[in-house]
Design a protein around this ligand. Structure first.
Ligand SMILES: Cc1cc2nc3c(=O)[nH]c(=O)nc-3n(C[C@H](O)[C@H](O)[C@H](O)COP(=O)(O)OP(=O)(O)OC[C@H]3O[C@@H](n4cnc5c(N)ncnc54)[C@H](O)[C@@H]3O)c2cc1C
Length: 467
């Protein structure tokens, strides 16, 4: 029998598998995707948010524990477990040497990447290279990997993990790590979680999934039914407004459109609906998917003028372009009179200031609801550009309740040999909101803890068995 079974094939699972193997356990990793689609959402990532008290290789200046904590507190509105959050923050300051030993390489952030050069370490080659490096290292260390292996049930006896099931196949292990993502790719579950709105629409019908199609929440549902303690709200998720032309799954990072804070966002009725300049984009980009989800037909339109071009990472696919605002409205099939009035009211409300996209500047609107608090410049210089945006779900926050040992709990009691990591428990730290790069901080910290604890649980059992 294998010592540690790891279910999942993304960052959290790989961190757990590597740590368990390094601790001397035999490890089998089950990934539901075929080899060419391995790596879950982790293959799409770009960076890791890291605490540091002084400049460190690719990280500039300092990002102390307290600042990281305050950022997390602000975005979650307090929906976080401070003990676990601080554990993640501290772990983010010393995990990179271990990551490097397993082949992960870092690079400085590119110019224009959301003011992240101080706080976030970027992966050379992105998440795909990270995942490939981890698989290579895991295989070299003797971790067994099985693809096309979607686990559909577990055998649990009094909180103790006994075996995993793939159809009629049964795989026993002494300990198990669950790291198989959220339920973001399960559109039926999304529909149920978001329900029907006051307009009679089912908002989730217009959602796109930014990452893998394999995170269907099968084991999350199984664990809920099995009585595991749960944390989070099923409608809370990392949800970004992405290019409405994106595919249903795996559009990845290139579908993101990062110019909202440089322009205005309108809904289908050509009305603004939120402060586009509330805070820096990395702290706000993940609220816009939810905001768009609340609009009629779950669509929004980001409008900029030529002054904004060059101030943000250009999207891969060009937007709609026009020389006049009425022409732009016609191309977007928005009512031109309402569109022009909204833009004229906005332009008239912009107060002169010193525009600086790298600070919370003094360019703001006055007497306008909703206000634009920073970076408010009149949209008056053709050509004008527009991007239609839809809610893009990144990952859901409903998860298994856990503690500093990454243990799964049943009725408040910790399982002796079942652990959880990554998206499947991220809701303990992220009850809502998001700050860029913290998904990987959580998955790396808890993946490593879960792997170590699972190995300890398995090897302890072995010691008893041979005593
Ligand atoms: C486009 C995009 C960009 C992102 N960028 C960043 C970023 O730059 N920084 C950051 O911190 N976060 C980012 N994220 C979020 C990040 O991807 C997640 O926080 C992190 O990768 C989660 O890791 P994980 O291992 O928990 O899940 P995943 O990487 O999604 O892995 C889950 C794995 O479980 C497997 N699986 C699912 N169900 C089963 C089953 N029943 N049996 C067996 N296997 C199963 C899946 O196939 C998959 O391999 C991004 C996400 C997306 C989609």
């Amino acid at each position: 029998m294998v010592d540690v079974l790891v279910i999942g094939g993304g960052n959290a699972a790989l961190c757990a598998a590597l740590m368990a193997r390094e601790a001397g356990a035999t490890v089998l990793l089950l990934e539901s995707a075929p080899r060419e689609w391995r790596g879950g959402n982790s293959m799409h990532v770009r960076n890791l948010r890291c605490m540091h008290d002084a400049p460190q290789d690719v990280l500039l200046e300092a990002y102390p524990e307290e600042e990281f904590w305050q950022d997390l507190l602000k975005v979650t509105g307090g929906a976080t477990d401070e003990k676990l959050a601080r554990l993640v923050i501290r772990a983010s300051s010393h995990c990179r040497d271990w990551m490097r030993r397993h082949g992960v390489r870092f690079q400085p952030s590119l110019a224009g990447t959301l003011h992240l050069s101080r706080t976030n370490a970027f992966f050379m080659g992105g998440g795909k290279a990270l995942v490939n490096a981890y698989y290579r290292s895991a295989e070299q260390l003797g971790v067994k990997v099985r693809y096309d292996s979607p686990v559909d049930a577990l055998e649990i006896d009094g909180g103790r993990f006994i075996a995993a099931r793939i159809g009629s196949e049964r795989i026993e292990a002494k300990a198990c790590v669950l790291a198989c993502g959220g339920f973001e790719s399960n559109l039926e579950w999304q529909r149920e979680a978001w329900g029907q709105n006051e307009r009679g629409e089912w908002p989730a019908d217009n959602f796109l999934v930014r990452g893998t199609r394999f995170n269907r929440g099968v084991l999350l549902k199984f664990m809920m039914d099995a009585g595991a303690d749960i944390v989070g709200d099923p409608s809370q998720a990392h949800c970004v407004a992405i290019d409405a032309r994106a595919p249903l799954y795996d559009g990845g990072i290139v579908t993101r459109v990062d110019c909202v804070s440089l322009g205005v966002m309108l809904n289908q009725e050509a009305q603004r609906f939120y402060d586009e300049g509330e805070d820096f984009w990395p702290k706000r980009y993940a609220i816009w998917g939810r905001l768009v989800a609340q609009q009629p037909q779950q669509i929004g339109y980001c409008i900029i003028d030529s002054k904004a071009v060059g101030r943000f990472m250009p999207p891969v696919f060009p937007g709609v372009q026009a020389q006049t605002l009425p022409e732009l409205a016609r191309q977007l099939e928005l009512e031109p009179a309402a569109f022009v009035k909204t833009l004229s009211d906005f332009n008239a409300a912009c107060r002169p200031g010193s525009f600086d996209h790298t600070v919370l500047d003094d360019c703001r609107t006055e007497g306008l609801a909703p206000a634009k608090s920073h970076w408010a410049l009149p949209i008056d210089t053709p050509p004008f550009y527009a991007y239609a945006l839809r809610p893009g779900i990144t990952f859901t926050y409903l998860g298994l309740k856990t503690n500093e040992m990454a243990t799964v709990h049943f009725g408040g009691a910790a399982s002796p040999n079942l652990f959880v990591a990554g998206e499947m428990m991220a809701g303990n730290v992220l009850g809502r909101g998001y700050t860029a790069g913290v998904g990987m901080s959580i998955g790396t910290a808890f993946g490593r803890i879960a792997g170590t604890q699972a190995a300890a649980a398995a090897l302890k059992d072995e010691a008893y068995a041979t005593a």
